[in-house]
Design a protein around this ligand. Structure first.
Ligand SMILES: CC(C)(COP(=O)(O)OP(=O)(O)OC[C@H]1O[C@@H](n2cnc3c(N)ncnc32)[C@H](O)[C@@H]1OP(=O)(O)O)[C@@H](O)C(=O)NCCC(=O)NCCS
Length: 148
């Protein structure tokens, strides 16, 4: 767990989120612990260094799973690492929770995630302001996928 906290705290990763994770109401260590205890983390390590991660947690609604905190280090983006941790998380969520619906939230203008999600069949289901998570004027966008 400390390794994941350190990974998410490094400026490269922290500041690729809007708001940065370090400026959210939930501290990074709490975030890591929450998903670890209530769901799971998938991460990719190369030669002892974490380069990508994603978290998953089941919803109280049956067969629904939330994915969160997907991030790849700048130097490894565009090389399918994001796709790899995403695919592994979907596989585990299906096996562990019999997931039928997957929810991911992002923010307006996040081109990479929008393409990643829409190319995989997600549809936007909600869009709203959320002061605790996003900078002023930027909306959260929620996407949903129905698994086959
Ligand atoms: C989103 C993110 C995890 C993608 O990781 P990645 O390893 O670079 O992505 P991959 O190489 O696996 O590509 C997966 C898909 O993402 C999309 N994508 C990735 N980089 C892209 C780019 N520069 N421009 C447009 N789309 C891009 C594409 O759809 C791509 O593949 P596809 O053609 O098969 O759909 C990475 O950009 C990141 O860490 N972003 C900052 C943090 C963030 O926004 N997290 C998500 C919060 S919801």
């Amino acid at each position: 767990m400390p390794e994941l906290v350190a990974y998410l705290s490094c400026p490269d990763i922290d500041h690729s989120f809007k708001k940065p994770l370090s400026e959210r109401e939930i501290a990074i260590a709490e975030r890591v612990k929450h998903y670890y205890e209530h769901g799971f983390w998938v991460f990719a390590r190369i030669a002892g260094t974490i380069y990508a991660c994603i978290a998953a947690v089941p919803s109280t609604e049956e067969q629904k799973v939330f994915l969160s905190t997907m991030a790849v280090r700048n130097c490894k983006r565009g090389k399918k690492l994001g796709n790899d941790v995403y695919e592994k998380a979907i596989k585990l969520a299906t096996e562990r929770y019999q997931a039928k619906y997957v929810i991911v939230d992002s923010w307006e203008g996040n081109k990479e995630v929008t393409l990643l999600l829409t190319n995989r069949g997600y549809v936007p289901i909600a869009s709203y302001y959320d002061k605790s998570k996003r900078p002023p004027g930027i909306k959260t966008v929620e996407y949903q996928l129905e698994l086959p």
